[in-house]
Design a protein around this ligand. Sequence first.
Ligand SMILES: [Zn+2]
Ligand SMILES: [Zn+2]
Length: 202
Amino acid sequence: MADSNSYLIDDSNGDDDYNYILVDTGTGQSNATLFSQIREIGIEPEDIDLIVNTHCHFDHVGGNDFFPNAKIAIHKIDAVALRDPDSELTVSSLFGSIVRKHDVDIELEEGERIADFEIISTPGHTSGGISLYDGEILICGDTIFANGGVGRMDIGGNPNDMKASLMRLKELDVEYLLPGHGPWVNNGNQHIKMSCMMMGIR
Ligand SMILES: [Zn+2]
Ligand SMILES: [Zn+2]
């Protein structure tokens, strides 16, 4: 099963409302593995108080269910799909499964902050896709991948949005690129450039 990557932001020393923020939760079908990984660093699933979904696809939101104390945050456009049990936009049928939890507590918009990260609107893979950027790290969902790759644009997104999002990401100074699938890498800017070239952006 093609779980997304999950990234944990430890903001327990910060002044914000949330201590442990999980970015994407996978399909939920491998939640035992995810649980054991967060327990390895001394955190219980109950300690996660905020989930940020980079977009509404099943492989990123299916695990939202398993964190009983977490509020769910997603961009306001993808929130519409996540709230609707009948929406095709979560593409859960591609995974032969259903999204069980449809709660959205926080609708995110461009420019808002989560811990040290700024929300950047990066549509293209879905209409409400977001990336999180802290000046060094870019968590980019399925917008782009390491070694030059862009997310599918036929399941809720479109190429024009994707191009515009890539132009934006190209302007950022990114050391660590943390994509929704595959490895995370350093020299993030180079990987963004490779992804841009795939879309004909120089
Ligand atoms: Zn994905
Ligand atoms: Zn996706």
